[in-house]
Design a protein around this ligand. Structure first.
Ligand SMILES: [Fe+2]
Ligand SMILES: [Fe+2]
Length: 178
């Protein structure tokens, strides 16, 4: 789990770097393309966590697994709170990126008028998102991904393949760009 989702973090980070480089260059058309791709890839990752990983962990917590009784109550509360926080982050990322894509569409419609000022605003927004995403990914990698394996030994293969499927489920509009 850790390998699968952590390496996806790395891939998504590198798309984010490309987006920030395009913003640095003030190249609106390229920004739009990278932003759209970043949004889609992060959405796929988040879907895998929302639909498969987080519910499986919550279910295990509710059932009182794992059997190692080392302060399970504390861990369960901690896990529930952490998952809640991570879900709030996901909502924030998707909302911000959805709005940004909408703004870029409006800019394109407007033939990129005043693009430089608008891109500056967008860059500030993406930088805020990047800081929150970094913290988010650290939290997942340190406390969630590693625990999923300990929590769900029987289910791990099934869960892995469901997650893998989501991570490969790239929207068709990107299939040609590779
Ligand atoms: Fe996440
Ligand atoms: Fe993640």
């Amino acid at each position: 789990m850790k390998d699968l989702l952590s390496s996806d973090h790395v891939e998504i980070d590198s798309i984010l770097d490309e987006l920030l480089a395009a913003l640095e260059k003030d190249d609106a058309a390229e920004v739009f393309q990278k932003l759209d791709f970043f949004w889609a890839r992060l959405a796929m990752h988040i879907r895998a966590e929302h639909l498969h990983l987080f519910p499986s962990i919550l279910e295990a917590v509710q059932k009182g697994e794992p059997n190692e009784a080392n302060d399970l109550n504390v861990s369960a509360k901690f896990l529930r709170d952490t998952l809640e926080q991570l879900k709030n982050d996901h909502n924030f990322f998707m909302r911000e990126l959805g709005e940004s894509v909408k703004q870029m569409l409006a800019m394109r419609e407007d033939n990129w008028r005043d693009e430089s000022d608008k891109l500056k605003v967008l860059r500030a927004k993406i930088n805020v998102l990047r800081v929150r995403l970094e913290r988010h990914n650290e939290l997942e990698e340190n406390y969630i991904y590693s625990r999923a394996e300990a929590f769900l030994p029987a289910d791990v293969q099934r869960l892995r393949s469901k997650i893998q499927k989501e991570l490969e489920n790239l929207p068709s509009r990107f299939s040609k760009s590779g």
